[in-house]
Design a protein around this ligand. Sequence first.
Ligand code: HEM
Length: 349
Amino acid sequence: MKFISRLCLAVLVSLSCVALAQQQQPTQAEEDRVKAQQQRSVTQPGNNAPMWRDVRSGPSAYTTSTVQGRETDVLIQSWGETWRQIRNGPVTFYGGWLVVLVLAAIAAFYFVFGSVKLHGRPSGRLIRRFSSVDQVVHWTVAISFCVLGLSGLIMLFGKHVVLPLMGYTLFAWLAALSKNLHNFVAPVFMVSVAVFAILFVRHNLPRAYDFVWFRNALGYVTGKKHVPSGKFNAGEKLWFWGGVVVLSIVVSWSGLILLFPNFDQTRAVMQDAWIWHAAAALLYIAMSLGHIYMGTIGVEGAYGNMRNGYTDETWAKEHHSIWYDEVRTGRHGAGGAVPVGAPHMREKA
Ligand code: HEM
C-alpha cells in the first residue's frame, strides 16, 4: 500500500515536471526571433534595431501598481535611449575635451607668460576691497561650486577615468558619495550664488571703459599693460554676467527639475533638463578654471584681496585705477587707505 502511494506520488511529480517543461518551451516564432538576434549580434555587432523598434513603438505595459502619474502605463520610454546616446556621446566627448583643453591652455599660458606681477613696489597702505559679508558669501559659493563640480565630473567621467584606477568597490563608494554630496550641496550653492549676485551686481554694470579693456585684454593678461577699470574689469564682468548670473540660473533651474522628480514632470522633461544641466555645468567649470587661475597664481596679490578683504594701494592703482580714484576721492562708498598695522586696519571703512 505504502509502495503504491509512493509510486503514485512519483508519477504525479514527473507528470507535472513534464507539463511545466512543455509550458516553458518557447514557441517556434520566439526561437526564430532569438536566433535572428544572436545572428545579428555576430553579423552586425551593436545593431539591435528590432528590439529598439519594439521599444519605440510605445506599447503600453503594466506599471499601474508602481508608477502613478502622467506616465502611468509607459514602462519603457523611447526618448530615454536618445538621451543616453546624447549623454554618452556629444556631451561627454565635447564637454570632456572642453575642460581638458581649457586646463591645458591655462597651463601653457602660465608657462609662456607667467603671472601678472605688480610693476611698482607695494606701498604698505591697504584699501578695503571686500567686506566680511562679501568674503563669506564668495567663499561659500566657491567651496560649494568646487564640491558640485568635482562630484559632477566624477559622476559623468568617473567610469572612464577613476574606475580603471581604483576598481569597482572603491569607485562604487566614491560615486555614491558624489551623488549625495551633489544633492545636498546644491541648495547651498543656489542660495549663496543668488545672494552673491545681489551683493556684486552694482560693481558689474557695464561701462564705456569696459570696451577699452576688452581691446587691451591680451596686454593685460600677459602683464604688459595697465588697463584702466572700475572695481571689476571687463573680464571679471563677463565672468559675473556669463557665469554667476546666466549659467547659475541654467544649472540651478535644470538641477531643481532633476532634484525633485516628484512634481509630476515626465521623464522626457528630466532628460532635457539633464542635457541643459550637464552642458551648462561643463561650460561653467571651464570658465571657472580661468577665474580660479586669475584669482590664485595668475595675478599676483589677487588671492589676498578675497582672503583678507584688503588690497595694497599699488595693486589697486595698477589693476583698477578708476576704482582707486573713486576710493581716494571718496566717491566710492567703501574704502579709504589705512596704514599697515594700524589698530583699525580690520575695521570696516
Ligand atoms: C577656489 C575657487 C576660487 C578662487 C580661488 C577665487 C578667487 C577669487 C578672488 C581672489 C577674487 C578677487 C579678485 C579681485 O580682487 O578682483 C574673486 C572674485 C570673484 N569671484 Fe572668485 N574664486 C573662486 C571661485 C569662484 C566661483 C566658483 C565663483 C562663482 C561661481 C566666483 C565668483 C567670483 C566673482 C563674481 C568675483 C568678483 C570679481 C570677478 O567677477 O572676478 N569665484 N575670486
